[in-house]
Design a protein around this ligand. Structure first.
Ligand code: GLA
Length: 358
């Protein structure tokens, strides 16, 4: 790739939270001119500019204009999700013989850690690493915060690499046995945010199994083959091809909002998904170390949100790939464990890699 400039990271104010904490907005630029803005409020990616097949840059993530809007009405745009990504049925789980109860924030269930890591201010240290500009975020979640046991020390390092990747590396440690399931929640539209529905994007998911859900989007506990279902996206398929088929699983969620089981070995970084937007020629590949990932097609967006540059975000105008452990894992013995004990290190790496197609 031709080098456009040297990589850099700069910081400016993003205002104060409603409780008076100062928040920054960091601008990361890599050697190719790709750019990301990231705030330490919720570890949120506010914008991400990548080139199309002709080298024209567009902002590929949905986002809001102000800190206040992120505090008050963000549907998890671009944020760091924790302590526990996705749903825990009735907010209840058992750990070490003890029952825990989390506050419900999604019908009867707990979603995305309650008033979670997306709603706190992280300590931020910017640097320019060999790979590219980098932002190291740290947060200590106190014992009992949002109902979870153990003081959890979390580090999340975001790097905009010189290979046009957004690389996210998470680490966590606890002082009491707890559960952890962190992920990233950007809504992508490879044509550019605010450029209509994502149904023409061609998706490939490297996952032959998924975890079916009940009507509250809680996994039933089954691990099913995608064969013969609208969830078979093993070969390149336009997102819109099967999304409105008459299938109970799709009806529950109003489209795709399910956890797929990654084919690659657990703990190893491997390709889990690929997206190609035919008009712009932009391609995004997703790599992860996690056992699964939620693929969500923005079914709950309804056109009521005005985002960056005054864009209206209609239903299915963005999609999320949230690499993680399976939803409601603490209540399913057959799912990979999300338990973290003192002395252990939680590790999770996600890479969103952007390429130009023909
Ligand atoms: C996840 C959930 C969805 C929805 C979005 C945010 O993808 O599974 O149901 O909550 O986050 O709106």
């Amino acid at each position: 790739m031709k080098k456009a400039s040297i990589s850099s990271i700069s910081e400016k104010s993003f205002g104060k939270t409603s409780s008076g904490q100062n928040v920054s907005l960091f601008t990361l630029k890599n050697e190719n001119g790709a750019m990301a803005t990231i705030t330490n409020y919720g570890g949120t990616v506010v914008s991400l500019l990548m080139p199309d097949r002709h080298g024209k840059f567009s902002d590929l993530v949905l986002g809001l204009r102000t800190l206040r809007e992120y505090e008050e009405k963000s549907p998890y745009f671009g944020c760091l999700v924790g302590r526990f990504g996705n749903r825990i049925a009735k907010g209840a789980f058992k750990l070490g013989g003890k029952n825990y109860q989390l506050p419900a924030n999604n019908g009867p269930n707990s979603l995305h850690g309650g008033k979670g890591f997306d709603k706190v201010v992280w300590r931020a240290v910017p640097s320019v690493a060999k790979l590219g500009p980098s932002l190291r975020l740290t947060y200590t979640s106190r014992d009992g915060e949002e109902g979870y046991p153990g003081t959890l020390q979390v580090t999340a390092t975001y790097t905009l690499t010189n290979r046009n990747e957004l690389k996210l590396v998470y680490r966590a440690k606890t002082d009491k046995t707890t559960i952890v399931n962190l992920t990233h929640h950007s809504y992508f539209n490879l044509a550019g945010h605010g450029h209509g529905e994502i149904l023409d994007h061609v998706v490939t998911l490297h996952a032959g199994k998924f975890t079916p859900v009940n009507k509250n989007l809680i996994p039933t506990g089954k691990i099913s083959s995608v064969k013969g279902t609208p969830f078979d996206l093993l070969k390149p398929t336009a997102i819109g091809t099967h999304i409105d088929e008459d299938a109970a699983q799709l009806k529950f969620a109003g489209g795709y909002d399910h956890n797929w089981v990654a084919d690659k070995p657990v703990g190893q970084l491997g390709l889990i998904a690929k997206f190609e937007e035919p008009k712009s020629g932009r391609i995004m590949e997703v790599f992860s170390t996690e056992p699964g990932f939620q693929f969500y097609t923005g079914n709950f967006l309804d056109g009521s949100l005005r985002g960056k540059a005054g864009k209206i975000y209609h239903r299915r105008s963005g999609f999320c790939v949230e690499p993680q452990h399976f939803p409601d894992s603490p209540n399913h013995k057959n799912f990979p464990s999300t338990r973290l004990r003192p002395g252990e290190v939680y590790k999770n790496t996600i890479i969103y890699r952007f390429l130009k197609g023909k």
